[in-house]
Design a protein around this ligand. Sequence first.
Ligand code: ZN
Length: 287
Amino acid sequence: MKLKLLLLTVLLLPCMLVAQPETPIEEWTGKTILLVGAHPDDDTMSHGTLSMLNENGNDVYILLLTTGNVGTADPDMTRHQLAKIRRQEQLDAMEELGLPTENYINLGYNDGMVEFADREEVVKRIVYHIRDLKPDVMFSFDPGWGYQTWHKADHRAAAYLAADAARAAEWHLIFPGQIIQDGLEAHSINEYVFYDSVDEAVNYRVDISDYAERKWNAATKYISQFNREAFNDYKGPNPEDYTNAEEYVERMRMRVYERGAVDGVPHESFRYYRGIPDGMGTQSSHY
Ligand SMILES: [Zn+2]
């Protein structure tokens, strides 16, 4: 009997170690999805998948912590101007993907400074939106599994703040004012799709062939970030306003169709985790 149990455990071990969704992500429908990121463009790593989820009848929300008001080398650019430009780029990209622009939430923090913001306040504000939207799934920067994952500053902060908020949202005595005064309820998210994971952590790849063209079009909208010439000397949102228009549009195409492709087919790669937030640092859903 004991031997049978042992054999069963050995046979089941690979499934237990690598959590997979009960229903493939490609077949999800009727779910509420919340992506948390630091900057307008952090969501680009998931654009094909988000566009697919939206088309398949899921509600997709994008919550970004900063306005992106620092990402430029243009000496004439101001923070205020750049925040406005990046807001418009984000909305234009969402439109290309078919995502409702009213589902864009920005918490308005300064770019580059997320890790110095008041952590309790940031977590509280993310928790508010989690309790308000009641997402079934959270997309976020991968906080890591086994060990913490290093990301550049705001991304690192966003990974942990999203994780901490997911955990805080389920405890009704944390930020109780949201429950007593605002009429919200504690909410538990049980599925996570982490982007920007290290290769060894990736356990789910989505074929985005049908959404690649939209993703390409959306990527070209972030011209202040992805076009080096615009990054140094911003002249407006149209690629044609820059001498490198052709090269830029082609580079965005390669970014979608070649970078991250599997056997020549465009894919997006994630670490999927299912279970209580406390266990998101493991590969198993049996925390
Ligand atoms: Zn970023």
